[in-house]
Design a protein around this ligand. Structure first.
Ligand SMILES: [Zn+2]
Length: 206
C-alpha cells in the first residue's frame, strides 16, 4: 500500500490532482447484503483508488429481478453530483457475476457469486478487487496486460485470490487521470494520513 501512497504524492507534486472535481462514485447495496461489509468495501475502494465513493441508500430486490434492472433502479437515484453507481447485490436467484454499463452509469456485482469457496476475509478482498475493476470500466479504461495488476483478465472467481489487490502503478496513474477528466473528486493522501485512523480500517491483504 505504501508505494501507492508515494505515487499518489508524486502526482500531487506534479499538480495533477490540483483541480478538484465535484463528482463522486456512489456505492449501494441491494437485497441481503451486510451494511458493515459494504462500508468496509467502500472505505477500501476510496483508499485504493484515491477517489471519493459516497454511500448511497440500500435498495430492495424483487424476486427474479435481473442485475440490469437492479442497476437501472440504482442509477435512477443518482444526482448530477454523482458520476455513476456501484451496487453490491444479493439477487434472489441465479444471476451472472456482474454487469457494467458505463453509458447507463451503473455496475452491479453479485455478492453471492463472490462467496464461492471463500471465507469472509477473501469475500471482502474479492469485492474490493471487483469494485476496482468495475470503477475502471465505468471510466472506460482498458484492461491491463501486467500480471501484477487487479485489471488483468481472469477466468473464475477463485483466480482473484491469486491476483493483486490493487491497480499497478501505471494503471493507478491512468485511473487518476481518467478520474480527473471525468470531474471526480480525488482524495488528498496528505489529508487522509492526517485524519484519525478509521475504525473500519483493516490490514491490507496484498
Ligand atoms: Zn495495470
Amino acid at each position: 500500500m505504501k508505494k501507492f501512497v508515494l505515487i499518489a504524492l508524486g502526482l500531487l507534486a506534479a499538480g495533477i490532482s490540483a483541480t478538484a472535481g465535484e463528482k463522486t462514485f456512489a456505492l449501494a447495496t441491494a437485497g441481503e447484503v451486510d451494511a458493515a461489509f459494504a462500508e468496509r468495501v467502500r472505505a477500501r475502494l476510496e483508499e485504493n483508488a484515491g477517489v471519493v465513493v459516497r454511500p448511497a441508500a440500500a435498495l430492495a430486490v424483487e424476486p427474479g429481478q435481473s442485475l440490469e434492472a437492479i442497476g437501472r433502479a440504482a442509477a435512477a437515484t443518482l444526482t448530477g453530483a454523482d458520476h455513476s453507481i456501484l451496487v453490491l447485490v444479493r439477487p434472489t436467484d441465479e444471476q451472472p457475476q456482474g454487469v457494467c454499463l458505463p453509458h447507463e452509469r451503473f455496475a452491479t456485482l453479485n455478492v453471492a457469486r463472490l462467496e464461492a469457496g471463500a471465507d469472509a476475509e477473501h469475500v471482502e478482498r474479492r469485492a474490493v478487487q471487483e469494485g476496482l475493476r468495475t470503477m475502471s470500466m465505468l471510466l472506460k479504461m482498458a484492461p491491463c496486460p501486467f500480471p501484477l495488476c487487479v485489471l488483468v483478465g481472469y477466468e473464475k472467481v477463485e483466480d482473484l485470490d491469486q491476483m493483486s489487490g490493487n491497480y499497478c502503478p501505471p494503471c493507478l496513474d491512468r485511473f487518476t487521470r481518467y478520474a480527473r477528466d471525468a470531474g471526480l473528486r480525488t482524495i488528498d493522501p496528505l489529508a487522509a494520513d492526517a485524519a484519525p485512523a478509521a475504525e473500519t480500517a483493516s490490514p491490507a491483504v496484498d
